[in-house]
Design a protein around this ligand. Structure first.
Ligand code: CTP
Ligand code: CA
Length: 226
């Protein structure tokens, strides 16, 4: 019922999720982006809302509908995503499922770049802020539970283990995004859960909605303690 207090394992908690790609403008008509449908991140937001959490979903451009009962903040660039995430803090749990563009064009001219006899323009890049690492290292209002994703095409677990240490998060959800795995844009996902203590759990291939429900149940158990 509208206005009734939320019930469920995440009642009273604020969960922040990033989802989708970011778009980094080259000029007014072109951009640089990662492949991302947003399906997994949006499914996590929906599952957390269903578990009673207040959910803020910071999303890059996707074609998905807003999940029911979720406050959606739409952004385009990584820098806008970081600002929206920081504005949404404090949170009890933060899940960084977005496929953030690691780089953006170093210069953004306000005018469309035209083709010409001099050939293609050079595209100088500069690094974007790491949103997950920035939030995981905040003092004062660091969310008690910070969850990252690791999209890898080779050596999934080794890369993910290195990432958890480098980024300072508590848990990493690692998946194989090599073309053969068919995760990108698809409805199913095979993930490994890697803990800061080195623990490893491999889940069977599941629908992204089911991965989201299981992950939310796990996060609720971690947040609510033994
Ligand atoms: N991430 C982020 N901000 C960035 C880059 C990544 O918040 N600028 C987050 C992603 O949302 C994900 C995690 O960091 O939760 C790992 O992203 P990934 O691209 O796998 O790792 P990178 O550190 O960017 O390393 P690389 O792309 O070189 O593998
Ligand atoms: Ca990256």
């Amino acid at each position: 019922l509208a206005g009734s207090p939320a019930e469920g394992p995440l009642a009273g908690r604020h969960l922040l999720v990033t989802s989708g790609p970011t778009h980094e403008p080259i000029d007014p008509v072109r951009y640089l982006a990662n492949r991302s449908s947003g399906k997994q991140g949006h499914a996590i937001a929906a599952a957390a809302a269903a578990a009673g959490a207040r959910v803020t979903l910071v999303s890059g451009p996707v074609t998905l509908p807003d999940p029911p009962g979720v406050a959606v903040v739409r952004i385009e660039t990584a820098r806008e995503m970081l600002a929206a995430v920081e504005a949404a803090l404090p949170a009890d749990i933060a899940v960084f499922a977005a496929a953030v563009a690691d780089w953006r064009p170093a210069v953004f001219g306000g005018e469309k770049i035209k083709k010409g006899p001099e050939g293609p323009p050079p595209l100088a890049l500069t690094e974007n802020p790491d949103i997950l690492a920035t939030v995981a290292r905040r003092s004062g209002d660091r969310p008690p539970l910070v969850v990252g994703f690791a999209a890898e095409t080779t050596d999934v677990i080794a890369h993910a283990r290195a990432k958890i240490a480098r980024k300072g998060c508590d848990l990493i959800v690692a998946n194989d995004v090599s073309t053969a795995a068919g995760v990108m844009g698809g409805d199913r996902n095979t993930v490994h859960l890697i803990g800061r203590d080195g623990s490893l759990e491999t889940w069977p291939t599941l629908a992204k909605d089911e991965v989201a429900r299981r992950l939310v149940a796990r996060l609720a158990a971690l947040a609510n303690g033994p």
